[in-house]
Design a binder for this molecule. Structure first.
Ligand code: ADP
Ligand code: MG
Length: 430
């Protein structure tokens, strides 16, 4: 679903999702004559002139249900930075606060969110959906041991279709957001294919995970730049001269900066002033959030601020540094134990860091009342932690062996880990 910038009483803010605009309408802070803008639009228009928003003002159509339907997407330039373990534990954290949560595995290279949740052989995956064995996403949604936390398990190679067109991706996101959930959390895997970029850009809240390692930070920066270029390209389709300026900049290596974004916008202004207005709106509306994972020492924490400053200076993008998570051996143990780390050891440093990040930085819960609620949340987490099943890996999972069909072509071949690709055999053999 779209996100919009809105202008009310001469003040602009955003990006806000349709659901958030609905809330503003319910509160009486937004009317059908207020102006909105979103990616791809040349100018601000009254909300009533957009079909998707106009239906909000039609009270008979106002049957959106009690859910927030917020879509979070997790991405990173580099793999192995902790996207999947964070996605799983953030899901657990939000579910333990009482929200309805659905985790969605969108990692096309190596879907493994299910193993993180202790599900070794998912009954359904995206494969059932795109092979038309199941008609709707709700039919492939799996239960987890936590009542209000569910999972859509991934399949190698594609998220619904082989080479989805942009409108098909938009339709897929819209469909995800019709699921009955407050938070739908999409783990996108590494890299910057068009699929990853588009799904990331279409999410309501965009999270980039990095570690303080230079290569990981470099790739996170590159990812932010490529996202921005993709968003600009999509919005400037009607502006050929501006597209030429972009193409010239893009002929550089990804992540390498020839022109800063202010320089680029200046160049666009020179060839097409209208395109420059659109571009500025695109840049302002791109507000990814950054999570720094595997922090080993105090000095590492500053690396998040360093990325934030570099991205602002070179790309003019306002990144919110959401927080950091310590490097913690218990996270590694939790992966071996097939449990989200927040449940494996709720008292570990990584769990404490993540809890604070979710409550304070993500949900903005501060103050006396919230401290009381925090105790209740801790209690829920501890109950879930004790009730979450322990999986006997040796009994339930085949351990990687040199006899495997995929030996030599699998990142888990070093043995000792439960096989994470076994359920994909029907997909891969086709
Ligand atoms: N905070 C952390 N402390 C220690 N190890 C971590 C931490 N976060 C992730 N890891 C380790 O990194 C590995 C890769 O994490 P994963 O979530 O699979 O990465 P990604 O999804 O980005 O490829 C995990 O198996 C886990 O052992
Ligand atoms: Mg992953």
């Amino acid at each position: 679903m779209e996100s919009y910038f809105v202008r009310v009483d001469e003040k602009e803010f955003g990006p806000v999702s349709t659901a958030e605009i609905r809330n503003l309408v319910d509160k009486g802070s937004f009317t059908k004559d207020d102006l909105v803008w979103s990616e791809g639009m040349d100018e601000w228009v009254a909300a009533k002139n957009l079909a998707e928003l106009n239906q909000i003002f039609n009270t008979e159509d106002n049957n959106h249900g009690p859910y927030k339907n917020k879509l979070f997407a997790f991405a990173s330039g580099k793999g192995g930075v902790g996207k999947t373990v964070l996605t799983a534990s953030i899901g657990v954290g939000l579910a333990s606060m009482g929200s309805e949560v659905i985790l969605v595995d969108g990692d096309l290279g190596g879907p493994d969110l299910h193993t993180c949740m202790g599900i070794l052989e998912p009954e359904h995956t995206f494969f059932d959906f795109y092979s038309l064995q199941k008609d709707s996403l709700s039919e492939i949604t799996l239960d987890t041991p936590i009542e209000n936390l569910r999972l859509i398990s991934g399949a190698c190679g594609t998220l619904g279709l082989a080479n989805p067109k942009y409108f098909q991706k938009k339709r897929f996101i819209r469909e995800l957001k019709t699921l009955q959930a407050d938070y739908i959390i999409l783990d996108l895997g590494a890299g910057s294919s068009y699929n990853v970029l588009d799904f990331f850009l279409l999410a309501d809240e965009k999270f980039i995970v990095t570690t303080p390692e230079p290569t990981s930070m470099y790739e996170a920066f590159g990812f932010i730049k490529i996202c921005l270029m993709r968003a600009l390209n999509r919005s400037l389709r009607e502006h050929p001269k501006a597209l030429e300026v972009l193409a010239k900049e893009e002929s550089n290596r990804p992540g390498k900066i020839q022109l800063t974004i202010p320089d680029l916008l200046h160049k666009i202004e020179g060839v097409d002033p209208k395109a420059a207005v659109t571009s500025r709106n695109v840049v302002n509306s791109f507000r990814p959030k950054l999570i720094l994972n595997m922090v080993k020492e105090k000095d590492d924490i500053k690396e998040g601020m360093a990325i934030q400053a570099a991205v602002m200076e070179l790309l003019s993008v306002n990144v919110q540094y959401l927080g950091y998570i310590a490097y913690d051996a218990s996270v590694r143990d939790s992966v071996r134990g097939l449990k989200p780390f927040l449940l494996h050891d709720p008292k570990s440093q990584a769990s404490q860091d993540l809890s604070a990040l979710i409550r304070v930085n993500l949900l903005g819960k501060k103050g006396f009342k919230e401290i009381l609620k925090k105790r209740k949340w801790r209690k829920h987490l501890n109950t879930h932690a004790t009730e979450y099943p322990d999986i006997d890996m040796l009994k339930d999972a085949p351990i990687c062996s040199v006899n495997c069909f995929y030996w030599g072509d699998c990142e888990y071949q070093d043995g000792g880990n439960p096989c994470r690709v076994r359920h994909l055999e029907p997909v891969l053999k086709d």
